[in-house]
Design a protein around this ligand. Structure first.
Ligand code: NAD
Length: 313
């Protein structure tokens, strides 16, 4: 069993870490917000006063952080990893100071970043790691909090074939579909394409359900019909956006996240930037981005992304 440091224990990181413990790995956790790790320590994790202290002597480091600037500041430096909860980890340096976690890692430690971030930052941090003789892979995930808890996430990995073979064993404790998408950054490309599509079918699903209800249908009956028809999709199948249709879904729990509107806006921003750079036509992606940004600006940024249904008035 492996010795692992896990950095970033939020909505996704915490249940992923619990599955590592269940699989018998020894895990040391660190989050800027001390409250995030209390529950995990009671389940068998150890903790450290800083990210640098957490990674000492580990076989793997796994991070699950909000965005590119957090990943860069943790690995390359100038992040506040003191563990006193006073910083937001969003260091604005170029990363050149190299005072981050990479600077203290053993050469045989393998780094797995599962955060959803921009391709350029993923490549920059991995290149720095490689220059220092450290193996790294971008391994963003799909499946949401339910799959993180159930250990059924999909991982999309970017990096060398040799490192992919090393990380597969650990990822298998947290997920059931593990894909090698290509070289550094390829996991993030796959993830941004997937999430653009997710935003589009979530909005479409919400629209269809609202239209049905406005025309006298019961949302549960309509959901059942569409699930057995050509409108079937993941949002309808496991994440119904209409309150009361699925007991455990964020929609039935005051749209508590789950996956925040703000994070979907971030992901759509990444997809639209990439589309512009590659000159790819993404008219529905652009519209989805506008609808989600409007929704966030109306004060729903911290709600689950399925709350987009409430913007359809
Ligand atoms: P979250 O905001 O719930 O958790 C992020 C955690 O990182 C927080 O606990 C925060 O305190 C911690 N953190 C921030 N900076 C830090 C630092 N410098 N050092 C240590 N800890 C730090 O976010 P989440 O929903 O868990 O998402 C994490 C990542 O996974 C994001 O990139 C998101 O886009 C992606 N993702 C989320 C979902 C989902 O359904 N929530 C699904 C797939 C992918």
């Amino acid at each position: 069993m492996a010795k692992i440091a896990f950095i970033g224990l939020g909505n996704m990181g915490a249940p992923m870490e619990v599955n590592l413990l269940k699989a018998g790995h020894k895990v040391c956790v660190f989050d800027l917000m001390p409250d995030m790790v209390k529950n995990l320590v009671s389940q068998g994790a150890s903790t450290a006063a800083s990210a640098k202290a957490a990674v000492a002597g580990k076989d793997f480091v796994i991070s699950m952080l909000p965005a590119g600037q957090h990943v860069e500041s943790v690995y390359l430096g100038n992040g506040d990893d003191s563990g006193d909860g006073s910083g937001d980890g969003s260091g604005d340096d170029s990363g050149d100071s190299n005072s981050g976690v990479l600077s203290v890692l053993d050469k045989n430690t393998v780094v797995i970043d599962s955060s959803t971030i921009d391709v350029a930052t993923a490549q920059k941090v991995a290149t720095k790691a490689n220059e220092m003789g450290i193996s790294m892979m971008d391994c963003p995930v799909s499946g949401g909090v339910a799959a993180a808890s159930a250990g059924t996430l999909s991982f999309m990995c970017g990096g060398s074939e040799a490192v992919f073979d090393q990380v597969k064993v650990v990822l298998a404790s947290m997920g059931k579909n593990i894909f090698h998408a290509g070289l550094h950054g390829a996991g993030q490309v796959a993830k941004m394409c997937n999430n653009m599509l997710l935003s589009i079918h979530m909005i479409g699903t919400a629209e269809a359900l609202k239209l049905g209800v406005d025309n006298g249908l019961d949302p549960s009956v309509l959901s059942e019909i569409m699930l057995a028809s050509s409108g079937r999709n993941w949002s309808l199948e496991v994440y119904n956006p209409y309150p009361g249709v699925m007991k455990e879904s964020p929609a039935s729990n005051d749209y508590r996240p789950g996956f925040m509107v703000n994070l979907m806006c971030k992901d759509l921003g990444l997809a639209m930037e990439a589309a512009q750079a590659s000159n790819s036509a993404t008219p529905l992606g652009a519209l989805a981005q506008k609808l989600y940004l409007d929704h966030a600006n109306e004060g729903h940024g911290e709600k689950d992304f399925s709350s987009i249904l409430n913007s359809l008035v």
